[in-house]
Ligand binder design. Structure first.
Ligand code: PMP
Ligand code: GLN
Length: 383
């Protein structure tokens, strides 16, 4: 393979899900729910196929999806978007890829929070950019504005944010976002923010899109998708919104990645956003109860667990358990307990992988209760 893919040959999610199947383990690794989203939304997709919505959609997205994304942003966040400020993508993954390919010159620096969702690092590398990380340090996993400021250089082009944050479950507060926004304004940075867990926040946490802060709408590209909000992770219907020039850059890159995205799924995604957003509130409440089950269970077994305020995930620091690193711990867990987790060193860059990232693992609680209970029972029966 080309040198740009060195270190990115596979993904930890594919590797660990394969291991779960091969060993019959309970899979608390890859973040996907084991129950589907609303059946009427699924029915709407089937109907769109039968109605003949099976040929190429417009590159920007079908009119109803563009309208639904605009209406959603207005209803939830008071954001007014013109049609040219929305582009549909093949999941948030393609939006991230197209944003990086569309905005980053070779040698440009991209700042990410660390740990980061793995596709960010791969895409920065494929674009010839340089990724620089600002650690969210356990046990609280909050950003330190001084560290963020210190990581900015004259080559910094993008600030790539993610809140609610995978894998830590951190939901950035308004104050934290204001501190980040002040730096973006001071250094004239473009912000790309991945908000795929926007609806999956728990009691006490509120999702604030950074684009709603003063001066930020003009410099922020916001990314989301249907996958997490509606438990339809395989659909890969996403979108990017923001200033027309940033959206145009995403669309230009997207033209050559996929050209257009799955036509019949777009009217169904529009239907979900228009008619079924209340469902996501129920989902968030269910996830919160599952978080409590898993976090409480891990702690009662003497394992570390952080306090995620959103997402599907909880982090453990396993440094005290005697394993050389998180990979050794995760491998032992498969062997001894039949439970798969994600070792997190791959979510850290060189600089922090052997330090802050070395002993972190991620557990997914977006699974049915009996599955979480089975995992905890297996752990309890293990030394
Ligand atoms: N960003 C983050 C932070 C994620 O956790 C995920 C889910 N895998 C994605 C992007 C990808 O979203 P999609 O499935 O819509 O491509
Ligand atoms: N976002 C999910 C996770 O973080 C799935 C990722 C994937 O399979 N690429 O686990």
């Amino acid at each position: 393979h080309a040198a740009r893919l060195t270190g990115f040959e596979t993904t930890i999610f594919a590797e660990r899900s394969k291991l779960a199947v091969a060993t019959g383990s309970v899979n608390l690794g890859q973040g996907f729910p084991d129950e589907d989203g609303p059946s009427d939304v699924i029915e709407r997709a089937a109907q769109a196929m039968h109605e003949g919505r099976n040929q190429y959609a417009p590159g920007r997205g079908t009119p109803e999806l563009v309208a639904a994304v605009r209406a959603h942003q207005r209803a939830h966040y008071g954001i007014d978007l013109a049609p040219e400020q929305v582009v549909a993508t093949t999941g948030a993954t393609e939006a991230v890829a197209a944003a990086i390919l569309g905005l980053v010159e070779p040698g440009d620096e991209v700042l990410t929070l660390e740990p980061y969702y793995d596709s960010y690092a791969a895409m920065v590398a494929m674009a010839g950019g340089v990724r620089r990380g600002v650690p969210l340090r356990g046990p609280s996993y909050r950003p330190d504005p001084a560290e963020l400021a210190a990581a900015i250089t004259p080559r910094t082009r993008l600030l790539l944010l993610n809140s609610p944050h995978n894998p830590t479950g951190t939901v950035l507060t308004r104050t934290e976002l204001e501190q980040i926004a002040a730096l973006a304004l001071e250094h004239d940075l473009t912000v790309v923010t991945d908000e795929v867990y926007e609806h999956l926040t728990f009691t006490g946490a509120e999702h604030v899109p950074i684009s709603t802060l003063p001066g930020m709408a003009e410099r922020t590209l916001t990314i989301s998708s249907i996958g997490k909000s509606f438990s339809l992770t395989g659909w890969k219907v996403g979108w990017a919104t923001g200033p027309a020039a940033l959206v145009a850059a995403v669309e230009s890159a997207k033209n050559w990645l996929t050209y257009t995205s799955g036509a019949p799924l777009q009217p169904a995604a529009a239907y979900a956003l228009d008619e079924r957003v209340a469902w996501t509130g129920t989902l968030a409440a269910e996830l919160e109860a599952k978080r409590d089950l898993l976090v409480g269970g891990l702690r009662s077994l003497g394992l570390d667990a952080n306090d995620p305020q959103g997402t599907y995930f909880v982090m453990s620091d396993v440094a005290d358990l005697g394993w050389p690193d998180a990979v050794a711990f995760a491998d032992a867990l498969v062997e001894r307990a039949g439970v798969v987790v994600i070792p997190c060193p791959v979510f850290y860059g060189e600089e922090h992988r052997a330090g802050e990232g070395r002993h972190k693992v991620r557990w997914a609680f977006c699974k049915r209760r009996p599955v979480l209970e089975e995992a905890l029972e297996r752990l309890a029966g293990t030394d």
